[in-house]
Ligand binder design. Structure first.
Ligand SMILES: C[S@@+](CC[C@H](N)C(=O)[O-])C[C@H]1O[C@@H](n2cnc3c(N)ncnc32)[C@H](O)[C@@H]1O
Length: 309
């Protein structure tokens, strides 16, 4: 093992960069609440045609990043961040140690097939990873087999989601993991477990593309899941984010935000009403399947359509 420039452990020797034509399509390697895969058709219509660096500070499964990297055959620097440490550790391991990760995931997959419930709860409650590769493998295996791919921790920060009902969950999707690993290295991805405020204000410049996909503003007091981390994301956070949106706008970054369609969010972004679009989406995280339809979301941007992809 060696340490990279950004202090991450990686295999030695590091795979050499290959020509761009070898870059394969890839997609999120975790299932994520509020993931944007199903909105990509709509998002695609409003992605700016040109941009410098790319920022995604509420990364989650990274559907937008993987879409960009799969469809834009050009290298760009990507700043990717999320407050969820285990998630970010997994990205770093996929980037630098994908072969070791795949070996471990294959082992977990074989064990899971023999006795799903026993293996799930042993992995969740008993196994304590000894290094970041084991941490990432545990995180991905639990994500693929837990209820709805939900991430929820108790007050002590311990993951406590029950097992999901799957027949044959793909715990080790080797091909996609290898493609994601390559994409993360190509894009010169800087991946950090940080609050979005720190990452954005330091680095974003004129002409950069900033995609903001924060935890949703709940549409009712009981309806939505917003606690990806034990910090939560309340109205104050939404207000602060809106003021950062305006700062980035003043700096002439191209900013695209998604959120639920609520009067509060419409009011916060009323300055950008002409560039606000309403789209329909199926929300995955609701305990009642019957309530997983017909939600409206907003795409708010600070630039016009004629600059699109
Ligand atoms: C709606 S999800 C993003 C989904 C993602 N776009 C996708 O396609 O999967 C919101 C993400 O914000 C992260 N988050 C919550 N509070 C944060 C904060 N203060 N700073 C950075 N990330 C935060 C959560 O961990 C979660 O992954």
């Amino acid at each position: 093992m060696q340490k990279s420039e950004d202090g991450e452990l990686r295999s030695s020797p590091h795979p050499a960069d290959q020509p761009l034509e070898y870059l394969h399509n890839c997609y999120p390697f975790v299932k994520w609440a509020g993931g944007k895969t199903q909105l990509l058709v709509e998002l695609d219509k409003v992605i700016p045609s040109e941009f410098g660096q790319y920022f995604e500070p509420f990364l989650g499964g990274g559907a937008m990043f993987f879409h960009l990297i799969s469809n834009r055959k050009r290298i760009f620097t990507a700043y990717l961040a999320d407050l969820n440490r285990d998630l970010i550790t997994s990205y770093k391991i996929v980037k630098h140690n994908v072969q070791e990760l795949i070996q471990l995931l294959k082992k977990y997959e074989a064990e899971y097939k023999k006795d799903p419930s026993e293996r799930y709860y042993t992995l969740r409650d008993t196994i304590r990873p000894k290094n970041d590769i084991e941490k990432a493998a545990r995180f991905i295996a639990l994500n693929k087999t837990c209820y709805n791919g939900l991430y929820r921790v108790n007050r002590a920060g311990i993951f406590n989601v029950p097992i999901g009902r799957y027949k044959n969950p793909p715990i080790c999707d080797s091909n996609n993991l290898k493609n994601v690993s390559q994409a993360l290295r190509y894009s010169k991805a800087i991946i950090q477990a940080r609050d979005y405020r720190q990452m954005m204000l330091e680095r974003a410049e004129k002409g950069d593309f900033v995609f903001l996909d924060p935890p949703y503003n709940p549409t009712s007091s009981t309806s939505n899941f917003t606690n990806y981390t034990h910090y939560g994301f309340g109205d104050d956070d939404q207000e602060q984010l809106a003021s950062i949106f305006r700062k980035l706008d003043n700096r002439k970054c191209r900013v695209l935000l998604t959120n639920s369609d609520t009067p509060f969010i419409r009011e916060l972004y009323s300055d950008f009403a002409t560039n606000t679009k309403e789209v329909s989406v199926l929300r995955a995280i609701n305990c009642k399947a019957s309530k997983r339809t017909g939600h409206k979301e907003l795409l708010v941007r600070n630039y016009d359509n004629d600059t699109c992809f």
